[in-house]
Every structure is written in structure tokens, then in C-alpha cells.
Design a protein around this ligand. Structure first.
Ligand SMILES: C[S@@+](CC[C@H](N)C(=O)[O-])C[C@H]1O[C@@H](n2cnc3c(N)ncnc32)[C@H](O)[C@@H]1O
Length: 198
């Protein structure tokens, strides 16, 4: 795997279209590189929309250790989508984008809310990407339900954490006001943090 794989990933992520509700190219390259490093646990994405971030994560994993990417989304949208488009059903277009990217054997779609999917969850997680509902209550719930599976040295990534009040407040509470993480960084609207090893 090399630069050609990344170039092809940029093309495939752009082919998903609808950039308004998805990660930027810089954020995508970050997700690709972090997913590529995952060898000890799986990757979980909360909130998939049409699959742009899942393409970045899945292609990164494909270039690395080929760990599963679990893409959790009921595919019925969030309040900001309902205000713009009314009723939402993104599963068919998500599946088409994952197939076109050659990721059907890496990206596992869980068509459930984060809360429903977490109930049967058991696997250690090395990369947790939180981009579901953006109200404080839901972001905090996503973090609380899933972060307990994050392995030491694993990474949690919050999207829209700079300007959206919900994710921003959760990041302040669980990252900046605790001693649970050993490294923290920001890429565009992403805040990421690596869980302490001890
Ligand atoms: C901002 S979009 C995700 C964009 C995607 N990560 C990307 O960059 O391509 C938010 C998504 O969260 C999903 N969502 C809403 N409520 C959810 C919940 N309770 N659990 C999981 N996902 C949820 C919506 O259906 C929507 O697709």
C-alpha cells in the first residue's frame, strides 16, 4: 500500500458527494492514517450518513491491518437533516458507496442507534469516531456507552467539536478536564485524544 492507495481513496471519498454533512479532506486523511495503524482492536464509527468518513476509515484499515470498521447509524438522519430534507433514509446510498470503494469485507454496517448497537457490544476498540447526533446529551451518551471499550493507547475522535456546542462541551468535560488521555490534537473540526496506557 502506498501513495496510489491514498490518491484513490481521495477519489472514492469525493465520489460519495454531499460534502456539506461529512468530514473534510484533511480530516479524512487523518482518519485514514489512524485507521491504518489499528492492529489491536476494531474501529467504530458513530454516525455514517452517506459513507464518506466510513470510506476514509475503511480504506485506511485496508492499507493497514484490515481490522473491521463498524459503521453505526439508523440511517434516518439527525434533526439538522430533517430540517433541511424532511424524511431521511441513507442506507442504500451508503451501501452503494461502500461497495464502490471495495470495502464490503471491511465496513460492517450496524443499522441501529448508537444506544441499541452498544447493548450487545463486547469487542475492544482501538479507534472510536463520534459523529452521530450533535446535541450534548447524545454526544455524551455516545462517549459514555462506547469509550469503556477503548483500549489503552486507543484513540477517540470527535467530529464538529470546535463550533458545535454539544460536541465542544463533551470534549471539554471528558478530555480537557480529566487525566484520562496522554495526547490531544485538533484537525479542522476534529478533536482527537489517545487514552493513557496505565
Ligand atoms: C453528521 S452525519 C455523519 C457524517 C459522516 N460521519 C461523514 O463524515 O460522512 C450524522 C449521522 O448521525 C446519524 N445518527 C443520528 N442519530 C444517531 C444515533 N442515535 N446513533 C447513531 N447515529 C445517529 C444520522 O443518521 C446521520 O447519518
Amino acid at each position: 500500500m502506498n501513495d496510489n492507495h491514498l490518491q484513490e481513496t481521495i477519489r472514492l471519498a469525493n465520489a460519495v458527494g454531499d460534502p456539506k454533512h461529512a468530514v473534510t479532506a484533511n480530516e479524512g486523511i487523518f482518519l485514514y492514517n489512524r485507521a491504518k495503524e489499528c492492529s489491536k482492536g476494531v474501529i467504530v464509527e458513530i454516525g455514517s450518513w452517506k459513507g464518506r468518513s466510513a470510506v476514509w476509515l475503511g480504506r485506511g484499515s485496508q492499507a493497514g491491518f484490515k481490522r473491521e470498521v463498524y459503521a453505526v447509524d439508523p440511517h434516518t438522519g439527525s434533526p439538522e437533516h430533517h430540517r433541511l430534507y424532511g424524511k431521511i433514509w441513507t442506507l442504500p446510498v451508503f451501501q452503494k458507496n461502500i461497495e464502490r470503494a471495495g470495502l464490503s469485507n471491511i465496513v460492517v454496517s450496524l443499522v441501529k442507534t448508537s444506544e441499541e448497537a452498544s447493548k450487545d457490544w463486547k469487542e475492544p476498540i482501538e479507534l472510536l469516531f463520534i459523529d452521530g447526533r450533535h446535541d450534548y446529551k447524545y454526544v455524551k451518551q455516545d462517549y459514555d456507552l462506547w469509550s469503556r471499550f477503548l483500549i489503552p493507547g486507543g484513540i477517540v475522535v470527535f467530529h464538529d467539536s470546535i463550533r458545535w456546542p454539544g460536541p465542544k462541551l463533551v470534549v471539554d468535560e471528558v478530555i480537557y478536564k480529566t487525566r484520562d488521555f496522554m495526547k490531544v490534537g485538533i484537525i479542522n473540526s476534529i478533536t482527537w485524544a489517545v487514552k493513557k496506557k496505565t
